[in-house]
Write a new protein. Structure first.
Length: 108
């Protein structure tokens, strides 16, 4: 199992991160939060083409996780299967630029 880490940057006063490309053989499995964080929850957006992004749903409901500073948060990988590009969306505008480290796992 190979785990790849990719930075997703949320701009100061922003909510959505830069897009990360998962690649054809990877699945999003979790992320590390920075030492400072304004939002207390993250949702996610996915795109097939890095142009139009859609809210990620799990059984018809927006997929959301509770977050805090300096944590590793695991996600349900099955929710992200097929998502070629992802954005992490903070529930609040961030007080400064934040770098979230996304973890991708190689799948067969």
């Amino acid at each position: 199992m190979i785990v790849k880490q990719v930075n997703a940057t949320i701009a100061a006063s922003g909510t959505a991160s830069s897009a990360i490309e998962t690649g054809a053989n990877n699945c999003f499995v979790g992320f590390y939060t920075p030492a400072a964080l304004t939002g207390t929850s993250f949702t996610f957006q996915a795109s097939p083409d890095n142009s139009t992004f859609y809210n990620v749903l799990d059984e018809g409901t927006s997929y959301s996780v509770t977050v805090a500073a300096s944590r590793y948060v695991a996600v349900k990988p099955a929710v992200f299967v097929g998502a070629r590009y992802l954005k992490i969306v903070s529930g609040s505008a961030e007080g400064a630029e934040r770098v979230v480290i996304a973890c991708l796992r190689e799948v067969a």
